[in-house]
Design a protein around this ligand. Structure first.
Ligand code: PLP
Length: 404
């Protein structure tokens, strides 16, 4: 049995009463398997650091400590074999804000950024607000030499889509929602395309610490070479890793001084300052949280295997084994095809009837898929999958009275 402080099998009760977006968006009898927010109590060291800080009664604007920067530098070296310097680190209240600052500094209105489809929606959503455009390349589901299926970028389509207006390549590594951890040769392909076309690279690496496949290795694209680092903005945070996303603290790592100056000059105005408690929590997480994080990874690997077996045993649904993230990208195209003749036309709305809230693939650019959040205890995951299975079987058997 797990030692109590690191128990990922017993969830804190009553998240509905904790101002949780995940648990309050849908009716209370619906199991939430949507937003990328995990259900685990944070590491006790983080709680202790926050309680200690709250002994002081003033919560004004926060100033980042040199200690936190040092922890980030050491962690990048230890975990990602990436040598960075403290002065390259720029704090921001969230990775999404960082994506939009990158967009704001990449070029004039009318500029284009290119990214994968599907992708986390906020790599796209800000573009029209800034009068900019988005271009897309597909992710191809392909079988590798060792028989695993994984989504890989269609590099030929990427190259063919670029125009004279393309200024930035936006990648998500590991990739939300498909779970791919890019191989070194894929990162080298991205880098070569960026260099040949003089593109800024913005890499959203918020899921870097969720590599579940023990054969996969996460590498930041900026670590490929000094030249790649010079054109790259890497966005990271402790927020997903340590379940502290509500505390709004993230950071960009930017070697190039011109890009960094442009980025920093936009931070206060575009996205505001960093939450003081987020800084405290991030520091405690990086200083003391590694054992907790390793225990979480063990638990997530088990949940991912369980989900993979359950989903692929169901008719109408399928998924790849997860390389990374705690988000399963599930092909629901056969389910949607059967629903086409029903009053409810898509898997997302259909599953809501069975009281399970998943993410709609449409938000990621591919409506025939759904995304499931697995970062919960086994009992909740099992209950969610039971409801999905009941929904699928009812449709298969043509006996779905819930739709009428
Ligand atoms: C790829 C990716 N980037 C960014 C975010 C959100 O980052 P933040 O809360 O720091 O803005 C998420 C959250 O799900 C995500 O999956």
């Amino acid at each position: 049995m797990n030692a109590l402080p690191y128990d990922f099998t017993a969830l804190p009760n009553a998240r509905q009463a904790s101002e949780s977006e995940k648990w309050n968006q849908y009716p209370s009898d619906t199991i939430p398997m949507w937003v990328a927010d995990s259900d685990y109590a944070v590491a006790p060291e983080i709680t202790a650091a926050l309680q200690q800080r709250l002994q002081h009664p003033v919560l004004g604007y926060g100033k980042t400590s040199e200690k936190l920067k040092k922890l980030i530098v050491e962690r990048a070296a230890q975990k990602y074999h990436w040598q960075i310097k403290p002065e390259w680190i720029c704090f921001i209240p969230g990775v999404v804000g960082g994506l939009n600052i990158a967009r704001a500094i990449m070029g004039e209105p009318g500029s284009q950024a290119i990214t994968a489809k599907p992708v986390y929606p906020h790599l796209i959503n800000g573009a029209p607000l800034l009068g900019q455009g988005m271009q897309f390349y597909p992710m191809l589901n392909q079988q590798t030499k060792n028989q695993k299926w994984r989504y890989t970028p269609d590099f030929e389509a990427l190259k063919a889509t670029l125009t004279a207006q393309t200024r930035m390549l936006m990648i998500c590594n590991p990739h939300n929602p498909v779970g791919t951890v890019y191989h070194a040769d894929e990162l080298a392909n991205f880098a070569a395309i960026a260099e040949a076309n003089d593109l800024l690279i913005c890499s959203d690496d918020i899921h870097a610490d969720f590599v579940l496949d023990t054969e996969a290795v996460y590498r930041p694209i900026a670590s490929l070479s000094p030249a790649v680092s010079q054109r790259t903005i890497t966005l990271m945070a402790a927020s997903k890793t340590f379940n502290i996303a509500g505390l709004n603290c993230a950071f960009a790592i930017i070697e190039n001084p011109d890009i960094r100056t442009a980025f920093v000059s936009q931070v206060k105005g575009l996205v505001g300052g960093v939450n003081i408690l987020g800084l405290i929590a991030t520091e405690a997480a990086y200083e003391y949280g590694d054992d907790w994080h390793q225990a979480q990874l063990t638990h997530l690997r088990e949940n991912a295997h369980y989900c993979y077996a359950r989903i692929n045993a169901m008719p109408l649904l399928s998924m790849n084994a997860l390389e990374a993230t705690y988000l399963a990208w599930v092909d629901a195209s056969k389910l949607n095809a059967l629903l086409a003749s029903q009053p409810i036309k898509d898997a997302y709305h259909y599953l809501l009837h069975y009281k399970v809230a998943v993410s709609n693939g449409e938000a990621f650019g591919v409506p025939s898929f759904i995304r499931l959040n697995l970062a919960t205890d086994r009992a909740t995951l099992q209950a969610g999958l039971d409801r999905i299975e009941a929904a699928v079987m009812a449709l298969m058997n043509g006996a779905d009275e819930q739709l009428t």
